[in-house]
Design a protein around this ligand. Structure first.
Ligand SMILES: *[C@@H]1O[C@H](CO)[C@@H](O)[C@H](O)[C@H]1NC(C)=O
Ligand SMILES: *[C@@H]1O[C@H](CO)[C@@H](O)[C@H](O)[C@H]1NC(C)=O
Length: 376
């Protein structure tokens, strides 16, 4: 009895006295990506972890002061690009889609590739600014972080976390030029449609050929456009043979923002954790004017239309056409829209600068959620 008591006492005395949280370095992506990252940070903070966020001094959404993290201003993509960057790209893509099918097939990827090229050049310069600054890097090293949490849609966190040799956790959906699985898991082109191919998992011979061409295109883009942007930086700071892909594939955990309910069957990896829908909350009542509009839709209900946070401008003709099409619907429409009011707007369509999207989507009168272009 005494022995058991003494053993128990020893356990109690030898137990680490403090179970303090980890020190987490976070490199988020601005815009809509920040919304879900912030939710994860709130949860980590409530569990006692110490959080440091790297952000641009010109950040659009990420506050410099917060009760849940401390921030450090660094050079990021936002310093050399702005929202017009995305609007311009959308306009170029729409322009492509309006051309003859054969031309459009090459034109659109070319617009996106040139945007990727420009973006990665900027990111590589931003990463070099950090890694080449011994004072800044010493500061990060002395902070003795335990973990890097990053959204690898932009590469700064991947490079920085690898350089600091931190355990790396991705909060991810898009990476490089496609969906996360294409980087981490085998993706047989016979039944896994490549991102952007607009194909199904049931493919006939022609579809598979098309999928193969998409695969080759994205392979070339990865190895001849994206990777080379970083080759000089990686050569100077990492062991020979390191490329961006090898750093990404070395990440420890991939928190993937999707759910297999919405996916075609495909191979995955054991370090992939599906967190799709983790940010969902019950909808709350709408403001009175919006509620009145919803109720006025009667039996037909409401269509909700939004293009996400980064896209405000569509081609003038496109907005006119969309407005005219909406005007013909028996439903009412709530459209998140910034810009000049289309002349073809019907009296069933309400333009709003901002919408309580979650509450609208959860409203019983909402019939349809329209997202005409892939969200970035
Ligand atoms: C970081 O940037 C914000 C503006 O986004 C500025 O208010 C703040 O003073 C900057 N912090 C430092 C330490 O320079
Ligand atoms: C809305 O427009 C339609 C067709 O243009 C018209 O029939 C209807 O009376 C209008 N409703 C209101 C409330 O103005």
């Amino acid at each position: 009895m005494i022995q058991i008591f003494l053993t128990g006492l020893c356990f109690l005395l030898l137990r680490p006295t403090c179970c303090s949280g980890s020190r987490i370095l976070v490199v988020p992506v601005d815009g809509s990506h920040w919304i879900n990252m912030e939710l994860i940070l709130q949860e980590l903070h409530s569990r006692g972890h110490d959080i440091t966020v790297l952000r641009s001094a010109k950040s659009w959404y990420i506050p410099s002061t917060s009760s849940i993290y401390t921030s450090i201003n660094v050079t990021m993509l936002e310093d050399e690009s702005n929202r017009n960057f995305y609007d311009k790209m959308i306009q170029d893509v729409v322009e492509c889609r309006r051309s003859l099918p054969f031309i459009s097939m090459f034109c659109q990827p070319q617009v996106l590739t040139s945007m990727l090229d420009k973006g990665h050049e900027i990111l590589a310069r931003a990463a070099a600014t950090m890694l080449d600054d011994p004072v800044f890097m010493k500061k990060l090293q002395d902070a003795k972080f335990d973990l890097m949490l990053t959204d690898p849609a932009l590469t700064l966190g991947v490079i920085l976390g690898s350089y600091l040799k931190l355990t790396m956790v991705f909060n991810v959906r898009w990476i490089n030029n496609g969906e996360a699985h294409f980087t981490i898991a085998p993706s047989p082109v016979s039944y896994v449609p490549v991102s952007g191919s607009e194909l199904h998992d049931q493919m006939d011979f022609l579809d598979r050929t098309k999928n193969m061409l998409h695969y080759i295109y994205s392979f070339v883009e990865q190895h001849f456009i994206i990777n080379p942007s970083y080759s000089d930086l990686l050569r100077r700071h990492f062991p020979p043979g390191t490329d961006l892909l090898s750093l990404e594939r070395a990440a420890d955990i991939w928190l993937v923002r999707t759910d297999f309910v919405f996916e075609f069957p495909r191979p995955t990896m054991p370090n992939v954790v599906y967190i799709g829908g983790f940010q969902c909350k019950q909808s709350r009542p709408l403001p009175a004017d919006l509620e009145a509009f919803m109720q006025s839709s009667g039996e037909h209900g409401v269509v909700v239309m939004s293009l996400g946070t980064l896209v405000s401008a569509l081609h003038r003709e496109a907005t006119e056409a969309i407005a005219a099409a909406f005007a013909q619907l028996p439903q009412k429409v709530v459209w998140r829209f910034a810009g000049e009011k289309p002349s073809s707007l019907g009296n069933n369509t309400l333009l709003v600068n901002w919408m309580p999207q979650k509450d609208l989507l959860g409203h019983p009168k909402t019939q349809c959620y329209a997202v005409p272009l892939n969200r970035l």
